[in-house]
Design a protein around this ligand. Structure first.
Ligand code: SF4
Length: 99
């Protein structure tokens, strides 16, 4: 866990995360919609900093690249937390998980 960037304290005592357009307003102990940022006391922290939940070698053709080293492999890494809730998400077990 690491202190987050991009947040501010509001006049009503809540803390506003301003990293993405959701602008979550959090009371102490509150977690953002993304499940990756939590207020503890008077600060906001990132819960997934330097934490990895998946790692795999993938064919380069899986990536949004056009004709880039065809036939080669690429290392994919990911962590939990996402500010979307897409019902068709292929990585929802990872992205919507809690630490
Ligand atoms: S969803 Fe996450 S990144 Fe976006 S405003 Fe809320 S806490 Fe911040």
């Amino acid at each position: 866990m690491r202190e987050a960037s991009y947040w501010k304290t509001r006049s009503d005592g809540r803390l506003a995360c301003v990293l993405c357009p959701h602008v979550c307003k959090l009371a102490d102990g509150g977690v953002g919609l993304c499940n990756a940022r939590e207020r503890k006391g008077d600060k906001l922290y990132t819960l997934n900093y330097a934490r990895m939940t998946s790692m795999a070698m993938d064919p380069i053709e899986k990536k949004p690249l056009y004709h880039f080293h065809p036939g080669s492999q690429i290392l994919s890494v990911g962590t939990f937390g996402c500010s979307f809730r897409c019902p068709w998400c292929q990585n929802s077990e990872i992205s919507q998980g809690r630490p």
